[in-house]
Each structure stands twice: as structure tokens, then as C-alpha cells.
Design a protein around this ligand. Structure first.
Ligand code: BES
Ligand code: MN
Length: 467
């Protein structure tokens, strides 16, 4: 094992340069004008993984392609004797990640261009650095260290790196189903979450679910003169503002009837774990630039953002957006909404009660349209399992500090499918820091987290295979 860790240490500078190459692709899955860049990024990853010594192929989907890379022993198995839990002599683990990134806009807020990686101090700045290229690349480098030093791996590994995570993973579930036997594994390792600080490595045992939709209110058939007609017709922007405003009350609770049905109260054990999260109200206010924290009364910010459901406006559009003023009654108004869900809230059911409530409270003076988007259940897994305990040992050894258990508020919809389709639990071993600016301008990834993440991955295969 020491030769593997030494190899990692010796090669950090090259790894960082390679990560820069990976980060130069504007692989923005949401924007069709970047389809070519998506493809080029996937092909770069294929080539890179092949150089490491992996058996790689690019799997087309109805959307963006999936990179599948296997250690040599796993590749042999695929041909002769597909994996199943019972027949595999050696354990088989899957490493999941995504090469697509969020749109970088607004560009003027970036201190350097989002796809021109810049190193400052111990951080590398670029869109996709923490979410998720830097994190999945750490695992590639750990496996490279085994293969290039001729150190036998105690298990078979298959990387599945998709290109549609940031847009809801629409095509990955189908791929899992059609490759069920090949991808059958003992657990999935996912580094696509966070840790509170470099001194607090973390195992995440829960993620929130999500439903996404858009509300459109239509009023007059065109924008009207607000002097001539204002006051006599409903203003769709005002109607939308009123409609949305009453969905949350002054104590931060969602008012939609039934929204909290079945939500499990937090146990004393969990509240104790949450209280260990090192960032307190004041730290968060400073970090986030808010005047004052706000959330559902009776819960701490850590609880609010990881274990309580929400109704959130992601975008709000109506009327004139240009310079100066324009006196109109806008023809329409629209809002992009997501609700984060917790265990026991069924996405289809929540979508129905939310839409019914909006339809019921929408005034008769406007036409309502609701466009449904993606949805996913929350994820919750026991941190007591043998695999979780093995992961905690690897985290402690790599970071030199006791790891913490946490729940995250973000969503990785596909982990539910790993469980349903492959029967595998996910180990969420995130390397992102709270100030990494995922989805924000000036996204970064900490190079110590990168290096320690590689060591964690290297140690993990041993710990997991003995578990
Ligand atoms: N890496 C995130 C998910 C995440 C972030 C989990 C922080 C825990 C903590 C992932 O890439 C992501 O952003 N997912 C989307 C999913 C959505 C588009 C369905 C999210 O959570 O908004
Ligand atoms: Mn993301």
C-alpha cells in the first residue's frame, strides 16, 4: 500500500495539470450549443482512462454519452462471466461521477474565465472543479497508482461517469437496466457531496430528493400600456407574486396542506450529529453574504438545509428586463420552482398536492399552466453497515482526523436507481468544501482535498474488500 501512496505523493503536480485539461472542456449539459464540447470531454476522459490502463468504452445514450471504465480484471469478467453478487469471487465496486457541469452564468462575476483553470493558493478555480470533475478524477488517480505500480487491487472496479447529472440523469437508469448484470456490484462509491472542512472528512448517509416544475400565468394577449389598462386587468406578475408568497408562512413553513405528511421527526442521535457540524449561524452568514439566516422555526440551519423539505423559487421572470423603465402590464409571468424532499415524501404525490394547491389558489383572472420537470426521491442509508464502517476507516486514515456523519441537502437522483436496479447502496464520500462555490461563480476545488481524496480512494479498496 505504501508504494501506492508514495506514487500519489510523487505525482501530484502532474495530476493537477491533467485535472486542468479535464476542466478546460465547457461540458455544460443543459446548453445544446455545447453538445460538441460534451462529446469532446467524454472522449478526453476515455483516452485518459485508457492511458491509466483501464478498459474503457464510450456508451451512447439518447442524450450525452456515458464513460464506462474497468480495471483489467473487471473487464475480463465482463466478457466471460458477468458479475452477480453470488458468483463473483472478488468484490466489485462501482465508482460513479459526472463530467457535465452547471452553466457558468453570470460570467461577469467570475474573477477568471470559468473554463480557464487557475490555481491560487491551494485551490483550483474553474466551473466543474468541485462538482464534479475534481472529485471523480481523484478516484481515477488512485486506481492509476495501483495499476502503474503493479500493486494488485483487492477488488474489481468499474467507473461510470455520466454527462447528464446536472440535468436530471434522464438516460442513466435505462443504461443501468440494460447493463444490470455487468454493473452488479457490492456498493457504489460516489464523491459528489461535501465535507465541512479539510479537518472534517465526512460520510454522507442521506440526500434530499427533488421535484422541479415551472408555473406560467398568462394574462392579456400582449403587453399592455399600464396607464391605459393598468388597474382594470390582472397583472400576471403581481398574481404570481401573491400566489407564491402565500406558499410559505412567517415561521418558514410551507403552507401547502399535506406537504409535511409522513416526514419523520429528527431523532436525538441525529440532532447530536447535526450539532457537530462546525459552521455555526454566524460563520454561515459570513460565508454566504446574507444579512441573517432564515429558515423553518425550531430547526438549526444544518437541520433546515439537510433534513427538512423546502419550496424554493429558482427563477422568476416577467415583463421588461432592459435598462430604464417601460410602463406595461406584462402579458405573462413565470417561475421556476424546485421542492427539496426528505425520506418518506413521495415525489409524485408531493407534485400532485403542490400542483393542486397552486391550481386552487390561482386567481380566475389569469390562465395557469404548469410544466413538470424532473423528480427524485430522497436517499437514506445506514451509516452502520460494514461498507460504511470501512469507508469511515479510509477517511480517517487519509485525512488524519475522525470523520463525521452527515446528511446533505443536495440531490443525486441516480443513487435511488443504483439501489432499485442494481441492489447496491451508495457510499457518499464527498470532497467538496462549503466555500467551493458549486453552481456559483468562482467555483473551486481544494488541492489538499484532491490529494487526500486520492489517498482515501486508494485505502478504501482495501478496507472495503476486507469488510
Ligand atoms: N453534487 C451535486 C449534489 C450535491 C451537492 C449533493 C451538495 C450534496 C451536497 C449534484 O451535482 C447536483 O447539483 N445535483 C442537482 C440535482 C438536480 C439537477 C436533479 C441538485 O442537487 O440540484
Ligand atoms: Mn451539481
Amino acid at each position: 500500500m505504501q508504494v501506492v501512496l508514495n506514487y500519489l505523493k510523487r505525482n501530484q503536480a502532474r495530476f493537477v495539470a491533467e485535472l486542468c485539461d479535464y476542466l478546460r472542456f465547457p461540458s455544460i449539459s443543459a446548453q445544446p450549443q455545447h453538445n460538441k464540447d460534451m462529446r469532446a470531454c467524454a472522449e478526453w476522459l476515455v483516452k485518459h482512462a485508457r492511458q491509466i490502463g483501464l478498459d474503457v468504452r464510450l456508451c451512447p445514450t439518447a442524450g450525452h454519452p456515458i464513460v464506462v471504465a474497468k480495471t483489467p480484471s473487471a473487464a475480463l469478467l465482463r466478457r466471460d462471466r458477468p458479475h452477480t453478487k453470488s458468483n463473483a469471487k472478488r468484490p466489485h465496486f462501482m465508482i460513479y461521477g459526472h463530467y457535465d457541469v452547471q452553466p457558468p452564468e453570470p460570467l461577469d462575476l467570475w474573477k477568471s474565465p470559468p473554463f480557464a483553470p487557475r490555481i491560487q493558493g491551494r485551490s483550483i478555480y474553474a466551473r466543474g472543479s468541485t462538482d464534479n470533475k475534481g472529485q471523480n478524477f481523484a478516484h481515477f488517480k488512485a486506481v492509476e497508482a495501483y495499476l502503474k505500480t503493479g500493486t494488485p487491487l483487492p477488488c474489481d472496479l468499474t467507473f461510470v461517469i455520466e454527462g447528464e447529472e446536472e440535468v436530471g440523469s434522464a438516460n442513466l437508469a435505462k443504461f443501468l437496466k440494460s447493463h444490470r448484470r455487468e454493473l452488479a456490484c457490492d456498493a457504489v462509491v460516489v464523491s459528489d457531496t461535501g465535507m465541512p472542512s479539510p479537518k472534517h472528512p465526512a460520510l454522507t448517509y442521506s440526500l434530499r430528493g427533488i421535484i422541479a416544475f415551472e408555473i406560467i400565468l398568462r394574462g392579456p394577449s400582449r403587453d399592455l400600456h399600464s396607464g391605459v389598462f393598468g388597474g382594470s386587468v390582472e397583472n400576471p406578475a403581481m398574481a404570481l407574486a401573491c400566489l407564491l408568497a402565500q406558499i410559505r408562512d412567517a415561521s418558514g413553513r410551507v403552507t401547502i396542506p399535506g406537504f409535511y405528511d409522513g416526514v419523520v421527526p429528527l431523532s436525538a442521535f441525529e440532532r447530536k450529529q447535526f450539532a457537530r457540524f462546525p459552521l455555526k449561524d454566524h460563520d454561515l452568514e459570513k460565508l454566504l453574504g446574507v444579512k441573517k439566516m432564515f429558515g423553518e422555526r425550531g430547526f438549526t440551519p444544518t437541520e433546515q438545509r439537510s433534513a427538512r423539505p423546502t419550496f424554493e423559487i429558482n427563477g422568476l421572470t416577467s415583463g421588461y428586463q432592459g435598462q430604464g423603465s417601460k410602463t406595461i402590464v406584462p402579458a405573462w409571468a413565470r417561475a421556476k420552482i424546485t421542492c427539496r424532499l426528505v425520506p418518506n415524501q413521495r415525489p409524485a404525490h408531493i407534485r400532485k398536492i403542490v400542483c393542486d394547491y397552486i391550481a386552487k389558489t390561482c386567481p380566475a383572472t389569469v390562465r395557469l399552466e404548469i410544466q413538470a420537470g424532473h423528480g427524485a426521491e430522497a436517499y437514506l442509508v445506514s451509516p452502520q453497515s460494514r461498507e460504511a464502517q470501512a469507508a469511515l476507516r479510509a477517511l480517517r486514515a487519509a485525512f488524519g482526523c475522525p470523520p463525521i456523519l452527515m446528511r446533505e441537502g443536495g440531490s443525486i437522483p441516480i443513487v435511488n436507481d443504483f439501489k432499485k436496479i442494481l441492489g447496491a447502496d451508495s457510499l457518499l464520500l464527498g470532497l467538496g468544501l462549503p466555500d467551493d462555490n458549486a453552481h456559483s461563480p468562482n467555483e473551486k476545488f481544494n488541492l489538499d482535498c484532491f490529494a487526500k481524496g486520492q489517498a482515501m480512494s486508494a485505502l478504501l479498496w482495501r478496507e472495503l474488500s476486507q469488510a
